[in-house]
Design a binder for this molecule. Structure first.
Ligand SMILES: C[S@@+](CC[C@H](N)C(=O)[O-])C[C@H]1O[C@@H](n2cnc3c(N)ncnc32)[C@H](O)[C@@H]1O
Length: 331
């Protein structure tokens, strides 16, 4: 008999709260080098060394920190992820989760989602006033992925490829593609609330000539022209199966012959239980009623329905996401 796992699971939401709190008071920024709890208290103006120690010891036990005598330090693999200023920081994502945890009763949401079939418009309602944090979370989480995904578009050898990034977020993927394909003309279809974050990023990267933001809701509008390449990165997981099918059809109609569709998302392996990170995110997609749990083979079959042939699967060692490359075979 071993109750460890059950006890851990029972308490894990409280550990998450402690992690959100630690991010809030900024302790990880001072834990890149060894520091004692009392010094950390002084730097963070925290009143109780004892409470600080309890919190730090929990982070040691779950593997974020290492401890030597009275000194604490982030494990090297978490330094980049937990320091707020680093390029790969997950701090914004943690803040977003904390915001959701504070404002919504996730258990009630889960019960509702499990017992009803409606789709919750997560983007519209729940992240109101969190656009900046949401944008930063996408930007930091997406920077490395954008580099990887952009390389796929090298397949497009025409002189001036026309590319569409649906749900392009802050524009980081479009910017990465524009860096790879200097003559590409890229449109981003996005929701209006992302407009200023996205436009600012385009201007910051001096890409106004090659990237255009367009306020288009892909669930409501058709793709009005033909593109040589279409990217949908982390978009489909927001939607029910019915809408996923509609969007796939629109993408197929929006591609020129031999055009490519790249789906970059949390696809599962054929057993539907791996990879772990992708599977855990399935809970989020459940919460919004999206039930997004497709394996690469499931997507292959969906693609075939819309004359899209799956020609390549790219898994990334450092990422929980996968890219599926489809080619449009007919006119
Ligand atoms: C999870 S983010 C992904 C952003 C980026 N593509 C990436 O991979 O980091 C999903 C994006 O899709 C956008 N989006 C959601 N529903 C949409 C819709 N109906 N039409 C266009 N964009 C939408 C959201 O505003 C958000 O920026």
């Amino acid at each position: 008999m071993n109750s460890d796992l059950l006890i851990q699971l029972m308490h894990s939401y409280k550990v998450s709260f402690l992690l959100f709190y630690a991010v809030d008071i900024g302790i990880f920024n001072y834990l890149t080098n060894q520091i004692a709890a009392d010094d950390l208290c002084k730097i963070c103006s925290f009143h109780s060394v004892e409470k600080m120690q309890i919190m730090l010891n929990i982070f040691v036990r779950i593997g974020l920190l290492k401890k030597e005598q009275e000194w604490y330090c982030l494990k090297s693999e978490y330094k980049e992820l937990l320091v707020s200023t680093s390029a790969h920081s997950m701090v914004h994502l943690l803040k977003l989760e904390k915001f959701l945890m504070e404002n919504y009763n996730t258990y009630n949401k889960l019960v509702y989602a499990m017992e009803n079939d409606s789709v919750d418009d997560f983007n519209n309602q729940h992240k109101h006033n969190m656009e900046y944090t949401y944008g930063q979370a996408m930007e930091n989480g997406g920077r490395y992925a954008a580099l990887q995904v952009s390389r796929i578009f090298r397949k497009l050898t025409m002189k001036e490829p026309r590319i569409l990034d649906v749900g392009g977020g802050t524009g980081s993927y479009a910017i990465a593609i524009a860096n790879v394909l200097k003559n590409a003309q890229i449109d981003i279809y996005e929701r209006p609330e992302m407009e200023s974050v996205c436009r600012d990023n385009i201007i910051l990267n001096r890409m106004e000539e090659s990237i255009s933001y367009k306020s288009i809701d892909i669930t409501k509008e058709e793709i009005p022209q033909k593109y040589d390449g279409i990217l949908m990165s982390n978009l489909l997981h927001l939607f029910s199966r019915e809408i996923v099918l509609q969007i796939m059809k629109k993408a197929s109609n929006g591609l020129s012959k031999d055009g490519i569709l790249v789906l970059h998302d949390f696809f599962l392996e054929d057993n539907h239980t791996e990879p772990l990170q992708a599977l855990l995110f399935t809970i989020d997609w459940l919460l919004i009623g999206a039930k997004f749990n497709y394996s690469t083979n499931d997507m292959k079959l969906i693609g075939e329905t819309y004359e899209l042939e799956l020609v390549d699967i790219k898994r990334y060692k450092e990422l929980p996401t996968t890219s599926l490359v489809f080619v449009k075979r007919s006119e």
